[in-house]
Design a protein around this ligand. Structure first.
Ligand SMILES: Cc1cc2nc3c(=O)[nH]c(=O)nc-3n(C[C@H](O)[C@H](O)[C@H](O)COP(=O)(O)O)c2cc1C
Length: 188
């Protein structure tokens, strides 16, 4: 069983995290560990009609973001790594500086110190030089910085298809096959 930590923060686009959980729930051999910041809970209320219980119900294991003693706060708890989707600029700054003020930031810090994969889906527009500096720092530390940008080359002509494409790009980072992902296979 592969364990994957899914973190959600208060950036716009929390539905991306929900979709990732939904897709992973339908797959065998993957155990999701969810951690959601208080900021994300606020954004959920603002952007979706989902309750937090709905969202938590999609994960295999749910961790309280205030619980610094949770399994994912230790490197001895083995995981494949972590996805932070969406990732706010506050959490970007927290991870970049190693300031582990909550469990999500601590889990990312742990993954980095253990050499595990950390995929960040940062969302802000426009990006300031502070945001860019922090993201560059994270890329230099080995994080995969995967912003949720629009795609135009594969017929993704609905929001749902755009979201699926982003999820596919995230899953690719962990070598996870996703049937609904339409990669570019050359010009036909
Ligand atoms: C509806 C809504 C949308 C937001 N969108 C963004 C965003 O796209 N990017 C961002 O960095 N912060 C955004 N914020 C602000 C963050 O939620 C805020 O900075 C929060 O403190 C982040 O904390 P967290 O990373 O611990 O969740 C948004 C807030 C709200 C209420």
């Amino acid at each position: 069983m592969k364990r994957l930590i899914v973190g959600m923060t208060g950036a716009s686009g929390v539905i991306l995290g929900v979709e990732l959980l939904r897709v992973l729930k339908g797959m065998d051999g993957i155990e999701t560990h969810l951690v959601v910041t208080e900021g994300a809970e606020l954004t959920f209320r603002q952007e979706t009609g989902l309750s937090m219980d709905d969202v938590r119900g999609m994960a295999d294991v749910v961790h309280d973001c205030r619980d610094m003693g949770a399994a994912i706060s230790s490197g001895s708890f083995r995981t494949e790594g972590m996805v932070v989707i969406p990732c706010s600029m506050k959490s970007v700054a927290g991870i970049a500086s190693g300031y582990s003020a909550n469990l999500l930031l601590r889990a990312a810090d742990v993954c980095l110190k253990e050499g595990r994969k950390v995929v960040l889906v940062p969302r802000e527009m426009p990006l300031s030089s502070i945001h860019l500096r922090n993201l560059k720092e994270l890329a230099d530390c080995g994080c995969v910085v995967l912003p949720p940008v629009l795609t135009f080359y594969n017929g993704a002509d609905t929001v749902e298809k755009q979201i699926r494409h982003i999820i596919g790009k995230v899953l690719m980072q962990f070598g996870i096959e996703y049937a609904d992902f339409r990669p570019w296979c050359g010009k036909t």
